[in-house]
Design a protein. Structure first.
Length: 70
């Protein structure tokens, strides 16, 4: 049982760990003078998917190793 759950976590960790999310910020105005404004697109990388995938991968490896000892 541990080995099969561990295998699923390893596969899920590899799939999810490769994904990345970007988040756009709301306020993107750099300079505003009168009716002229200069704006820049800003994005932030969200690394929660990579962190979650890595944790899932590690837990899966531990479960597979624990299941194979029996």
């Amino acid at each position: 049982m541990k080995k099969s759950i561990g295998t699923l976590l390893v596969i899920g960790g590899l799939l999810v760990g490769g994904l990345s999310l970007t988040q756009q910020t709301e306020d993107n105005t750099l300079l505003e003078v009168g009716s002229v404004s200069i704006k820049k697109d800003r994005t932030e990388n969200v690394n929660w998917m990579m962190i979650g995938g890595g944790i899932s991968l590690l837990i899966g490896i531990v479960l597979v190793a624990a299941g194979s000892k029996r």
